[in-house]
Design a binder for this molecule. Structure first.
Ligand SMILES: [Zn+2]
Ligand SMILES: [Zn+2]
Length: 174
């Protein structure tokens, strides 16, 4: 008689195996084992690990996503009105000089409003908010034929949107 206990897969009682999950120790067959960088694990442990990873990254509340969209949108609305006035009464080129500062201001105020909470979607929402905020003035110019102002609005967005996107996502632009 063989007195060694024969392991059978926890999910498939008729399948003999020598594999165990290296996290919970449950016997698992080749079909149930998931290869991870730290060894074989059962599907339940892989899923539990994935969920704890996701929740560690996303410490944002549902209203943070609203803040992440609406704060940049409100600020961008003000900036886009400023762009129209500067183009009309001062000098269009000044938009190119001021757009990075406007973008930086939007980043700072949005981060302050979010208290540094972050998630995968927040920087995308912030970038979308910048576009959203510039839409009313841009559409108005499009309808009324204010092409000259519209061009500067677009240039403002070309500069500010990537800046807000990368700064809030934490990627440094050199
Ligand atoms: Zn396990
Ligand atoms: Zn199995």
């Amino acid at each position: 008689m063989n007195d060694l206990p024969i392991l059978t897969c926890a999910n498939h009682p008729d399948v003999e195996t020598s594999l165990r999950c290296n996290r919970c120790g449950k016997p698992i067959c080749a079909k149930c084992a998931v290869r991870t960088p730290t060894g074989y694990r059962c599907k339940e442990c892989v899923r539990a690990h994935q969920q704890s990873f996701d929740s560690a990254f996303s410490n944002a509340h549902w209203y943070d996503h609203l803040i992440a969209l609406l704060v940049p949108a409100a600020l961008s609305l003000v900036v886009s009105i400023g762009v129209a006035f500067l183009t009309l009464f001062v000098w269009g080129l000044i938009v190119l000089i001021l757009a990075p500062s406007a973008g930086e201001l939007i980043v700072r105020l949005t981060q302050a409003a979010l208290h540094r909470r972050r998630s995968r979607t927040i920087y995308r929402l912030a970038a979308a908010g910048v576009v959203l905020g510039a839409l009313p003035v841009s559409l108005f110019m499009l309808i009324t034929g204010g092409w000259f102002i519209l061009i500067w609005e677009i240039l403002y967005l070309v500069i500010a949107v990537p800046l807000v996107y990368y700064r809030i996502s934490g990627i440094r632009l050199s």
